[in-house]
Design a protein around this ligand. Structure first.
Ligand SMILES: [Zn+2]
Ligand SMILES: [Zn+2]
Length: 152
């Protein structure tokens, strides 16, 4: 039997984590890894201990920001990076697997935290109907490797 690659294992985990999101607008999961080990995980949602979008705003969906996204949620990448930082785990040099390519604000954080590689499943631009993937463009411009999972 063929053994699954770590790329497959980590992206499948990210997809499973996305299913845990309570947000009514989008479900995104991510896994932060270093040397084939998991250092953090995350999915999108309001900060832990506040509320769940689907419980609080089940009927109308969560409040939107100017781009039509949930205005309360931390993004999956932010949750994973913050959790690592809170626990004193360095994310420098790590690889992040994420089910949706990073938005521009997550891209800025990923770059600042010196994460070296991003592997994404779906395109944020395609999901949002935007002309370009500005987060991906930003990361590539400043030397972070960004790879589409379908091209691995
Ligand atoms: Zn929400
Ligand atoms: Zn984001």
């Amino acid at each position: 039997m063929k053994k699954p690659s770590f790329d497959v294992i980590f992206m499948e985990l990210a997809q499973n984590l996305a299913l845990r999101s309570h947000c009514t607008r989008a479900q995104v999961g991510c896994v932060l890894t270093k040397d084939t080990r998991i250092i953090s995980i995350g999915y999108n949602g309001p900060p832990a201990g506040t509320h769940n979008c689907d419980d609080e705003f089940g009927e109308d969906g969560c409040p939107r920001d100017s781009k039509g996204s949930c205005s309360l949620a931390l993004h999956a990448e932010q949750n994973a990076i913050l959790y690592a930082s809170k626990n004193g785990v360095s994310v420098e040099g790590s690889t992040i697997y994420v089910t949706l390519s990073p938005c521009i604000s997550c891209a800025r954080i990923i770059f600042s935290m010196k994460i070296k590689k991003v592997i994404f499943l779906n395109s944020y631009a395609a999901y949002k109907g935007l002309a370009s993937d500005e987060g991906v463009d930003f990361l590539r411009k400043f030397g972070v490797e960004v790879v589409s999972y379908s091209e691995l």
